[in-house]
Design a protein around this ligand. Structure first.
Ligand code: COA
Length: 178
């Protein structure tokens, strides 16, 4: 298994991966929604605001994650993890966790202060994410499941409450995703 940075030459393969994985887990309509979302985040996000990582086996992309910039009122450097996919046939073999750890280590090397995500706390807690109350850091859109608002410090500093709104990239700024 090889982990590396995403680049745009991998876009068609990555979009297809998300479409297949989410069609299998959530149905074809959701597969298309995610494929469209991934295409949008790749094409509409400024290069400095989007960092993706891929897992490849025999030159085939079997996992992909994206982090996009989240502007936070403290002025710290923050990115949010979304979305994540591992090829259906090899899920639950540790690839998702290894890929996310790889991404988080790379973000640390770039001096990113904070990582956020919105997902299943039982999965992401294995990767250092903790539930965070919106009185500490607001989510960029209203949350349908506040329990899934998660964050971790990447610089060893405690996450202090910060007043004011946060701003995600345009592709994520869709209430339907939250
Ligand atoms: C969710 C996903 C990325 C996890 O990646 P993975 O490589 O399969 O997971 P890992 O092997 O690294 O981790 C396995 C552990 O995570 C947990 N886990 C895995 N998939 C899970 C899921 N769908 N829900 C909750 N927990 C899950 C389990 O506790 C599992 O441990 P166990 O095997 O001891 O029970 C992958 O299953 C996937 O692509 N699912 C479909 C798309 C999706 O739901 N993406 C996340 C939302 S963007």
């Amino acid at each position: 298994m090889k982990f590396s940075l995403f680049n745009e030459s991998k876009s068609p393969e990555v979009i297809d991966l998300f479409k297949r994985v989410f069609s299998a887990s959530e149905g074809e309509a959701e597969g298309q929604v995610i494929a469209d979302f991934v295409a949008k985040i790749i094409t509409t996000t400024a290069p400095q605001d989007l960092i993706g990582y891929i897992a490849e086996e025999s030159e085939i992309v079997v996992g992909c994650i994206f982090f996009s910039r989240l502007a936070v009122p403290s002025g710290q450097v923050a990115f949010i993890l979304s979305p994540v996919a591992v090829s259906t046939d090899i899920q639950r073999t540790g690839i998702g966790q290894k890929l996310i750890k790889y991404g988080l280590e790379h973000l640390k090397s770039l001096n990113v202060n904070l990582a956020f995500t919105y997902g299943d706390p039982s999965y992401y807690s294995k990767l250092g994410f903790e539930q965070i109350d919106e009185s500490t850091v607001k989510a960029p859109c209203p949350l349908s499941q506040p329990i899934g608002w998660l964050a971790q410090s990447l610089d060893g500093q405690v996450i202090h409450p910060m007043a004011g709104p946060t701003q995600c990239v345009e592709a994520l700024n869709d209430p339907g995703l939250w």
